[in-house]
Ligand binder design. Structure first.
Ligand code: 5GP
Length: 115
């Protein structure tokens, strides 16, 4: 067995973090190192999927729930507009291999990633 991920440890209360929203299958925390005025992480409770490609193949319904929850927290914590980022693979900056969506919101008109 590999070590539990940092997100599993947060879910189990072993690492402190405020859970700002949750459903039966996913939860939301604030990123410890925010890259935007609002930077939330939407995380499946299961650690079965390393990244969004595995999640999409293994449980597309859960991926849809992640996107829906991202929209809900973006509406609650910002104006509802948001960027959704899944870093996928170490070379793309992924550091935690328990799939999670970054919700970036609040004043993102500077420095867009689409050129
Ligand atoms: P990745 O780099 O894998 O796409 O994203 C992992 C994210 O988890 C990073 O943005 C990092 O700041 C965040 N993170 C890592 N450890 C913790 C922690 O203990 N608490 C919280 N709230 N966020 C964390």
């Amino acid at each position: 067995m590999s070590e539990p991920s940092v997100f599993t440890r947060i879910l189990n209360g072993e690492i402190p973090a405020e859970i700002v929203a949750q459903t039966d299958r996913a939860f939301v925390i604030r990123d410890i190192a925010p890259q935007a005025p609002v930077h939330l992480l939407v995380i499946p409770k299961t650690a079965d999927y390393r990244d969004v490609v595995e999640l999409a193949a293994g449980d597309p319904g859960l991926l849809a729930e992640i996107v829906e929850l991202a929209g809900a927290v973006a509406a609650e914590h910002a104006d509802g507009d948001f960027r959704l980022v899944f870093n996928t693979g170490a070379d793309a900056g992924q550091t935690v291999f328990h799939v999670h969506a970054h919700v970036l919101a609040g004043g993102l008109t500077e420095g867009t990633t689409h050129g």
